[in-house]
Design a protein around this ligand. Structure first.
Ligand code: BGP
Length: 465
């Protein structure tokens, strides 16, 4: 089957600052909360490799940009590392060396005909703010972030036309306060909700500032909605899916796109004593500063059923009292990551957005396949023959393009990731890139088979499947 790809449909790739940069030139005081987590709980390093060198993007960004140019990539998303951007996060003293690095990356991308898309935070909360203010528990951090956003827009907004306030803003506090897998290893749903809320507010403030500067561009946020499928059409299973959607998707979507929280959500938060008590003024900021467009990270479907067990009221409230995860028998799996593969999720998400959020323009800002031990697929010329990745992208694109054909306002697809990079979950174990990174001194780069295939998609605008 041959599917034509609309001329203006973006085919790009993404990464983030922390996952690629490495610590060269970083001062001790510029740790992000993830740096500190890595330093203190080293079990997540993969064979001794982690963020310390990462892909050494700080020194080798030009190598990557040359490769982008070679495969005719037109869009690249990365982030500014907030924790490295300042020498003092309260006095707003910019680290000029790091700020210059961002300038250089932007200029070099533009010179290579690759449009830069920048995110203000991709898990890079400064550790200093984490310790001093308990991170996003504090309203103060909202204002410091907003000031950071202003400085970034003023410095780079003449050349960067597409901004994102956060990448997957729900994720850090879910790991910290729902899963309790990161310090302080405590389940605390009230804090989880407060962090969610403060990030919604911070994003709205950044949107307000961006618009007030009258720059020629637009601002969105990268969310990671999970397309929820109920086990059956029974009322109980359907309700479980709706509750999941409410607590994990609409908790960001509604305030960021519609300007207000769902009433059901605030009522439940009050009932279970996890409400975040917003001021009227802040609610007005949220209401008046919805996003211009949306980034959607989409990897796998979420399947739920009605819970089988009563909530033990001696344990803290957790949204899981309303649902239970459900494993689809016979599902297709990416075993390296433990994620189900279900390409139709792209089409279903497109319809979900259209039905619930109307005409908002959006694009896939992440989708991709992490695979361990990729060297086993290397041919005699040293090229990783990653046909499984080509198949994965092709199947997902097929469903996305079907939605576009039916009028979904989706502007494009960006693969995670351009190069292999460090994952907060498992460092270099799973490789996601179109470009392989050897973990040698030189961090040698080489194009995988999927990179050549992606180039042919970009050039020919035809998906053959
Ligand atoms: C997304 C993140 C990315 C990236 C990706 C792959 O959720 O935005 O930063 O890490 O997932 O997931 P993982 O690294 O956990 O395998």
């Amino acid at each position: 089957m041959k599917i034509s790809i609309p001329k203006n449909f973006i085919l790009g790739a993404a990464s983030s600052a922390w996952q690629t940069e490495g610590w060269k030139g970083k001062k001790e005081t510029q740790d992000s909360y993830l740096d500190s987590w890595y330093k203190n709980e080293q079990f997540v390093w993969h064979n001794g490799y982690g963020p310390a060198v990462a892909t050494n993007f700080m020194e080798q960004y030009q190598d990557d940009i040359d490769l982008m140019q070679q495969i005719h990539l037109t869009h690249y998303r990365t982030s500014i590392n907030w924790s490295r951007f300042f020498l003092d996060y309260e006095q707003m003293i910019v680290d000029e060396d790091y700020a210059q690095h961002i300038d250089d990356v932007i200029d070099s991308l533009i010179a290579a005909d690759v449009e830069p898309m920048l995110c203000l935070e991709h898990y890079e909360l400064p550790q200093y703010l984490s310790e001093k203010y308990d991170g996003w528990s504090s309203r103060k951090v909202v204002d410091l972030y907003a000031e950071y956003a202003r400085i970034a827009f003023e410095r780079y907004g003449d050349r960067v036309k597409q901004w994102f306030t956060f990448n997957e803003p729900i994720v850090p506090q879910t790991r910290i306060y729902l899963d309790a897998v990161r310090w302080p290893h405590e389940q605390n749903t009230k804090k989880w909700m407060l962090w969610n809320y403060h990030k919604v507010l911070a994003s709205a403030k950044a949107v307000e500032i961006y618009h007030s500067l009258n720059l020629d561009g637009r601002i969105g946020c990268v969310l990671n909605p999970e397309m929820v499928y109920a086990r059956s059409s029974s009322d109980a299973d359907q309700k479980a899916a709706a509750m999941y959607d409410l607590f994990y998707n609409r908790v960001f979507f509604d305030p960021m796109l519609k300007g207000a929280y769902p009433k059901e959500l605030t009522a439940l938060c009050q009932k279970y004593d996890v409400y975040f008590d917003p001021s009227e003024e802040d609610l007005t900021t949220i209401k008046e500063n919805t996003l211009d467009f949306l980034g959607v990270n989409q990897y796998y479907p979420k399947r739920v059923r009605a819970p089988r067990y009563e909530w033990n009221k001696n344990t803290p409230f957790h949204p899981e009292i309303f649902f239970e995860s459900f494993d689809l028998p016979g599902k297709q799996m990416n075993n390296s990551r433990g994620w189900e593969i279900y390409p139709k999720v792209m089409y279903d998400m497109a319809m979900y957005l259209k039905n619930n959020y109307g005409d908002i323009h959006w694009l896939i800002t992440e989708n991709g396949m992490g695979r361990e031990n990729e060297e086993q697929f290397m041919d005699e010329n040293g090229i990783v023959n990653d046909t499984y990745r080509i198949d994965f992208i092709g199947q997902h694109l097929r469903w996305l393009l079907k939605a576009v054909e039916q009028g979904a306002p989706c502007e494009g697809y960006m693969l995670w990731a351009f190069t292999d990079c460090v994952s907060p979950m498992n460092a270099f174990k799973n490789r996601y890139g179109l470009v392989r990174i050897e973990l040698d001194e030189e961090r040698t780069r080489s194009l995988k088979k999927s990179a050549h295939w992606y180039q042919s998609l970009i050039d020919d605008r035809v998906l053959t499947i």
